[in-house]
Design a protein around this ligand. Sequence first.
Ligand code: ADE
Ligand code: ZN
Length: 327
Amino acid sequence: MRDLPKVELHLHLEGAAPPKFIRGLAKEKNVNLDGVFDANGHYAHTDFIDFLRVYEAATEVLQSPMDFYRLTRAILSECAENGVVYAETFMSPDFCGGRDLGAWKEYLHAIQEAAAEAEAQDGIILKGIVTCIRHFGPDKARETAKCAAETAGDFVTGYGIGGDESAGSLRDFAWSFDMAREAGLRITAHAGEWGGPESVREAIDDLRAERVGHGVRAIEDLGLVDELAARGTVLEVCPGSNVSLGVYPDWSSHPIAKLRARGVKVTVSTDDPPFFHTSMVNEYEQLNRAFGWDQADFAALNKTAIEAAFCDEATRTKVKKRLETAA
Ligand code: ADE
Ligand code: ZN
């Protein structure tokens, strides 16, 4: 599984931070992280809302562009060790200078520098999706969209939304999504993880998302599933995250195989791997165990993912070749 070349489309930059990395920064900067780690040194969270609390508390040690440079290097080395050849990461200006455009540009520069070095060293390619945070509200999302629009280009290629799905409605964020789209950014939105099928419908209708983060609860409305299949909407499925957070009780209950069998374009990612004790290799191994997916299934999955990637055509062609020569 390790050597199989993989494409990962749904990975939160801060959420992928290894606990050891965060603890190291906390020590350097004298930041108190009580309540963030358990006795074993893992992130300590009890449910989804608590996960968001721990996630945001851990970001308090990420205080400078250099911290994000080091974080990006650490994450991409982890990705490369899992056979990931192309990744997209969610980046939040909220945690990079508080949505100030000048600061955001400096943080982004540092992230891109780390990505360029990782590409030179390991051949892994990274693109960025600027992401607003739902429970921070639509006004902050407008500032986030401004940061995204001002830096749209070869590296920043998408705009998205994460956070607490019970906060407000996706429609409230349409203005910021319109702004991002007008700047040429591609659109994805978290929905159908905690919200039901109606939240997936909001993502595709109100935000015109071409990809949906998770989207798995669409399975509760087969009419919607058929519509996703007909439209070619791509789901960024993170089964290990869903099982770990209790959206589904175990891997065999996860709807990814059913969604795929009904014609929906599914892809596989880790979301926030250390929080959910997972990795891309683990995701593939569990899918093999739960549904018998083999090399051919994984090759098809990665082909779907690179076709749905928010990258330029030259990059897509290059990564496709890497996938094909390994098949
Ligand atoms: N931010 C980081 N991980 C997330 C998830 N799984 N759902 C919503 N927002 C997130
Ligand atoms: Zn996510």
